[in-house]
Design a protein around this ligand. Structure first.
Ligand SMILES: Nc1ncnc2c1ncn2[C@@H]1O[C@H](COP(=O)(O)OP(=O)(O)OP(=O)(O)O)[C@@H](O)[C@H]1O
Ligand SMILES: [Mg+2]
Length: 257
């Protein structure tokens, strides 16, 4: 099966991109898939997560690409699943516009985490409109899903988010609870799916399976869209050697997590 490229993106900061990307990486690695996690954010949170990860855990290869236009086809082709964690501000900072285009060109499926607050909904609405009017996306429309993150008992904001999502032509695939288990997981380089003895983590399992099931189907549809519309080929550069110094954030850095 061809590599499935999953982009986790939203211009809004702090909505859970890295949380979703790292948890997805762990979920796929635990399912026996060959997984690469691409940290495409200079903040390097996904790298930090991978550095905390116990080497005995299911392997996830980490690549740091603060400049996503440097990602080459052979690297992507080595894996069953590639997950791209993106930086905030991709559509609001002109300097990041090219990065956004490069990531959209790669993506077979797109996950947009969103929080249920008035500001997040307003920013999310703007972001999705910008995404769907991008020339690169329109040329080969990869399926998009929204996931509601940090869902708590606040019914009013949750209803506002649901109303907004129901007006869109894209699915709200699942929701993740507001739970301290996510901080615990990020501090220890784990996905909640790996925290089998933790009751709060177990409550989240179904939501993660729902997302991976959706992605498995969506990514195949996205690959077909890319092939049919001849999504521009990636540059065929040779894969770069793993960096000697794991602390570097240059685009040629790779680590095994
Ligand atoms: N479901 C959740 N429950 C509780 N805390 C969460 C949840 N999801 C994310 N968080 C916490 O919210 C904070 C922001 O999450 P995260 O770093 O994943 O967002 P981000 O979109 O990647 O941020 P940035 O835009 O800065 O890259 C982190 O401290 C994370 O642990
Ligand atoms: Mg992040």
């Amino acid at each position: 099966m061809a590599t499935r490229n999953i982009l986790v993106v939203n211009s809004k900061g702090g909505c859970g991109k890295t949380t979703v990307a790292t948890n997805l990486a762990a979920a796929y690695a635990n399912a026996g898939q060959r997984v690469a996690l691409f940290d495409c954010d200079a903040q390097a949170s996904a790298r930090h997560w991978a550095q905390c990860r116990d080497g005995q855990r299911s392997n996830i290869d980490l690549y740091c690409y603060p400049e996503p236009n440097q990602i080459s086809a052979p690297i992507v082709g080595d894996y069953d699943v590639c997950i791209f964690d993106s930086a905030p501000g991709l559509t609001t900072k002109p300097v990041l516009r090219k990065d956004f285009e490069s990531l959209l060109r790669l993506a077979d499926a797109i996950v947009v985490p969103m929080l249920a607050s008035a500001w997040d909904i307003q920013a999310g609405e703007q972001f999705i409109a910008q995404l769907m009017t991008q020339r690169v996306w329109r040329a080969a429309p990869a399926p998009i899903a929204v996931v509601s993150n940090r869902v708590n008992g606040n019914l009013t904001s949750q209803q506002k988010l649901q109303h907004f999502l129901s007006c869109l032509d894209i699915p709200a695939v699942t929701q993740f609870r507001e739970s301290p288990v996510y901080a615990e997981a990020s501090d220890s380089g784990l996905g909640v799916i790996e925290m089998k003895l933790n009751r709060a983590a177990r409550k989240e399992f179904k939501a993660w399976h729902t997302l991976t099931d959706w992605l498995d189907h969506a990514a195949i549809a996205g690959q077909r869209a890319g092939q049919q519309t001849r999504r521009p080929a990636l540059p065929l550069a040779a894969p770069k050697a793993p960096a000697a110094n794991p602390a570097t954030t240059n685009s040629d850095s790779q680590e095994r997590a």
